[in-house]
Write a protein that binds this ligand. Structure first.
Ligand code: BGC
Length: 365
C-alpha cells in the first residue's frame, strides 16, 4: 500500500513538474504561519542528510556546519548511514525535535517515509524545509529548496541529442536509459524532464532504445549505487549489443555515468555519449579527457547558502521568498519552493562554468 501511494505521489510530482515547467516565474510568499513568531538567534537548527551517495551530499554537510555556525546558530548535521538509511534518518529527525530544533532541513533518504517525523516536528513548532529532494505525502512540510530538477532532466536529454549529433551526423542512434533510485522523488522528475526531450525522437525513429527498456521501473538504479548501474549495463551489453554499437546513454548523475563507462570499457566497446549530473571531480576529469560527455552544475555552495538564508529570514519571524508555488505537489499540498537554475556543462564550457570553483577550475586547464 505504501509503495503504491509513494509511486502515485511521485507520478503526481512528475506531472506537476511537467505541466509547470514553463511557468516558474511567480514570486509570491507561500510560507507557513508558524514562521510569524521567529525564534532566538542562537537556536538549534537540524540538518538531516541522506547517505553519501554522491559528492554533493558530502559537500553539503560541511557547508551546513560552517554556514550555520557563521550565522550564529547551533547546527546539528547528521547523515543517514549506508545500510539502514530510512530508520537512521527517522531517528535523527526525531532526536532533533526532542532537542528543540527550530528549523529542520531534510535531504530525504526516502521521500515517502518521513511523514510521521515531519508531522512531529511541525507539531513541536519547528519549521521543516525539504532540501534538494521533495518529501512526499505530508501536509506538514513548509518549504522546498532545490535546483529545478525537471530542467536538469531536460538539459540531460538535450545534451544526449547534441552529443550524438556531434558524433555522427544522422541517426538512427542506439541508446539506453538509466534513472535514479525509486525512493528519491527527484528520480522521476529528472527522468520525465529528459523524456520530454527524448520521447519525440524515439517516436520518430531518430533514437532506438536497443533493449526496449523505457519504463522508469526498468531503468531505475536502486540506492543510486554505482554497482547496480554497472551490472545493469553489463547485462544490456550482453543481451543487446553483441555485434551492435551503443551510441548514447542517458545517465541521471555522475556516479552512474562513470559506472556505465566502466562497464563499456570492460566490454572492449567504444564509449558512448554519456550524460551526468553533480560536477563530481572524477567526472569533470573524464569530460576533459573526452570520455563522459556532460554533467550538470548544481553548485552545492549556492544551494546550502539559499537554505541558510531561509533560516535567517524565519528566525526574524519573516516569510522566506519562494519563486514557485505551482510545481511541487507532494500528494498532500503544493509545497512553496525556491528553485535555482541548473547549468549544463560539457568540455566546451567547463572552464567558464567552474571559473569560480577553486576545486574544479584547475581540472579544466
Ligand atoms: C540529487 C542528485 C544526486 C542524487 C544521488 C539526487 O536527489 O539531486 O544531485 O546525484 O540524488 O545522490
Amino acid at each position: 500500500m505504501r509503495k503504491l501511494l509513494t509511486t502515485t505521489a511521485i507520478a503526481a510530482v512528475a506531472l506537476m513538474a511537467l505541466s509547470g515547467c514553463s511557468t516558474r516565474t511567480d514570486s509570491s510568499g507561500g510560507g507557513d504561519a508558524s514562521a510569524a513568531a521567529g525564534f532566538a538567534a542562537d537556536s538549534l537548527i537540524g540538518v538531516a542528510l541522506p547517505s553519501k551517495t554522491s559528492e554533493n551530499w558530502v559537500l553539503a554537510g560541511g557547508l551546513f556546519e560552517d554556514g550555520l555556525k557563521e550565522a550564529g546558530f547551533k547546527g546539528d548535521v547528521q547523515y543517514a548511514g549506508a545500510s539502514t538509511t530510512v530508520k537512521d534518518q527517522q531517528d535523527q529527525i526525531s532526536a532533533m525535535v526532542t532537542k528543540g530544533a527550530k528549523v529542520i532541513i531534510i535531504g530525504a533518504a526516502d521521500g515517502g517515509q518521513l511523514g510521521t517525523q515531519v508531522k512531529a516536528a511541525h507539531d513541536a513548532g519547528a519549521i521543516v524545509i525539504a532540501y534538494d529532494r521533495l518529501i512526499l505525502n505530508t501536509a506538514d512540510l513548509d518549504y522546498y529548496v532545490a535546483y529545478d530538477n525537471f530542467n536538469v532532466g531536460e538539459l540531460q536529454g538535450q545534451a544526449l541529442l547534441d552529443g550524438l549529433a556531434a558524433k555522427k551526423p544522422a541517426g538512427p542512434y542506439n541508446i539506453e536509459l538509466f534513472s535514479g533510485s525509486s525512493d528519491d522523488a527527484n528520480s522521476a522528475v529528472f527522468f520525465n524532464g529528459a523524456m520530454s526531450v527524448l520521447q519525440p525522437k524515439i517516436d520518430d525513429g531518430t533514437l532506438v532504445v536497443g533493449s526496449g527498456q523505457t519504463d522508469i521501473k526498468q531503468t531505475a538504479t536502486a540506492g543510486w549505487k554505482a554497482e547496480n548501474a554497472q551490472s545493469r549495463m553489463d547485462a544490456l551489453l550482453t543481451s543487446t549489443y553483441g555485434d551492435k554499437t551503443v551510441d548514447g546513454v542517458l545517465s541521471p548523475n555522475d556516479t552512474l555515468a562513470r559506472a556505465v563507462i566502466t562497464s563499456v570499457k570492460a566490454a572492449g566497446k567504444d564509449i558512448p555519449v554519456v550524460t551526468g549530473q553533480d560536477s563530481e571531480a572524477e567526472s569533470v576529469k573524464s569530460i576533459m579527457a573526452g570520455e563522459q560527455y556532460s554533467t550538470i552544475n548544481k553548485d552545492t555552495r549556492v544551494l546550502v547558502a539559499q537554505a541558510i538564508d531561509m533560516v535567517k529570514v524565519l528566525q526574524k519571524g519573516d516569510t522566506p521568498e519562494v519563486n514557485d508555488t505551482k510545481s511541487y505537489d507532494n500528494g498532500k499540498k503544493v509545497v512553496p519552493a525556491f528553485l535555482l537554475p541548473p547549468v549544463i556543462v560539457t568540455k566546451d564550457n567547463a572552464g567558464e562554468a567552474y571559473a569560480n570553483d577553486p576545486k574544479l577550475s584547475p581540472l579544466t586547464k
